[in-house]
Design a protein. Sequence first.
Length: 291
Amino acid sequence: SASRTSPNLAFVPACLPPDPVEVEELQRFVSNSKRLFVMTGAGISTESGIPDYRSEGVGLYARTDRRPVQHAEFIRSASARQRYWARNFVGWPQFSSHQPNTAHLVLRDWEKLGKLHWLVTQNVDALHTKAGSQHMTELHGCTHRVFCLACGDQILRSELQKHFEALNPTWKAEAFGMAPDGDVFLTDEQVRNFQVPACRKCGGILKPDVTFFGDTVSREKVNFVHQRLEESDSMLVAGSSMQVYSGYRFALAAREKQLPIAIINIGPTRIDHFASLKLNSRCGELLPLIV
C-alpha cells in the first residue's frame, strides 16, 4: 500500500476534510470500475510543493501576472529562448527534486492491483514516473527530457544542466518564486549574459519535450489515448479543472460513450455539470481512503 508522505500545503487551496458519505460514494464508484481510466492535473502535484496555474488564491495566475512561455514565441525568438532557459536553469535543482505524494503512490498501487487500466497526466513534472506508474501517457510531455527541433536528438534535462554550468561558470542569479513548469522569475538584466547551448549533434535549437501553451498534442498521442479510453469502463479526474482542451476532449469522449465520471478537485471544473460524482477534496487526503 502507499506509504504516507507529509503533504506540502503551501499551494493547496483551503478545503474541508472529506465527507464520509462522499467517500462511500467514491468507494462505490471505484469498486464498480473494472478498467478505470484516470486523468490527473496540476492539483495532484500541489501537495508535492509544485504550484498550479488556476487555483483560487494560491495558483500562479492568482499570485502573479506572469504567464508561461508561448510555443510560437519560443520557436521564433532567440531572446525568448534565452530567458526561458536561464529561468529554467535556476529552477531546475529545486523542481527536479520534488517527490511524489500519497496520491501518486495510491494510483501506482491501483495499477499494480489491476484496478487502474490507464493513467493520463497533463503534468510535466515526472512525479507519476517517480512513483512507479507504468500504464501511463504524459499528455503534455515531460520537463525531464529535452530534444533538438532540427534533428530530434534527445538528451536528459539533468545532463543538459551540466552543459549550462560549463557555458556559464560565473553566471549567478537569485530567483524569486517558482512557476508550475519549473522555471523561476528573473529580471531581463539577470538574463542578458546567459549562454544557451545548441544541439551537440547538429547545432540546432534545444526545446524541452513538453507541449507549450499555443502548441498542440500530436495526433498519434491523442489517438492512442482515445484507444485506452475505449477499453475503459469509467473515468476518474484527479486534480484538474479540465480547462485545457487537450484534456477536456477525453472527458467529452467519455460522456459520449456514457461512461460514469468522478472528479476529485478543489474548486469548480469544466465538466462538473455532466460528472456522476464531484468531490471538493485534496487528492492526497481522499484517495488513500479508497480500497
